[in-house]
Design a protein. Structure first.
Length: 201
């Protein structure tokens, strides 16, 4: 997976590649899909959600340049795979999942694979995790119509946020948001297709 799907497509950050090689992806997919766990494709994990393809996980991870001790917020835990990859780089990971059943299974997946240190909260990710802010980086793994203002506020000066922006079920744009002391800048990275950003009723 690392050689054929990641390195050949331009993933070069050593910490990202090591984490992708280390985390057992098959422990984060449902039993019926384990034979396809290392294919470069998203897979369903229930409740209308998916685990992203390995290349997208690696690309998003590489973009924020993870490092030991870095404080990272993830919105949309899903199966827990992206959180585990971030934790494998030495980052301190805080992850939010709105679907109770997925939050519970992610906790189990993370514990079973050796990444129980990930902090996981069941909540509406739109509001972030204000009491733990600011974050060095924020990763959003669901498509939002716009960048949530609370997340911008919780991003550290000098930090990076990566988020898919666009209409649900259509092609969206993966955006990189960077914050400095005077302003917030954003630029598009690539077209993507993510599940919709879910909000509490």
């Amino acid at each position: 997976m690392v050689q054929l799907q990641l390195e050949r497509r331009g993933i070069s950050d050593p910490a990202t590649l090591e984490a992708m090689a280390q985390v057992p992806r098959h422990l984060f997919v449902p039993p019926g899909y384990q034979e396809r766990a290392y294919s470069d494709t998203p897979l369903p994990i229930g409740h209308g959600q998916t685990i992203s393809q390995p290349y997208i996980v690696a690309f998003m991870t590489q973009t924020i340049r993870p490092a030991p001790g870095m404080k990272v917020l993830e919105i949309g835990t899903g199966s827990g795979y992206q959180a585990a990859v971030l934790a494998a780089t030495g980052a301190r990971v805080y992850s939010i999942e709105i679907i109770p059943e997925l939050a519970q299974s992610a906790r189990e997946n993370l514990a079973r694979s050796g990444y129980a240190g990930v902090r996981l909260r069941e909540a509406d990710g739109y509001f972030g995790w204000p009491e733990e802010a600011p974050f060095d980086a924020i990763l959003v793994t669901a498509a939002a119509p716009f960048v949530p203002p609370p997340l911008i506020k919780q991003l550290k000066v000098g930090g990076k946020m990566i988020i898919p922006v666009g209409s649900p079920f259509l092609v969206q744009t993966l955006m990189l948001v960077e914050k400095d002391e005077r302003r917030t800048r954003s630029r598009s990275l690539m077209p993507v297709r993510f599940v919709p950003f879910r909000r509490s009723e």
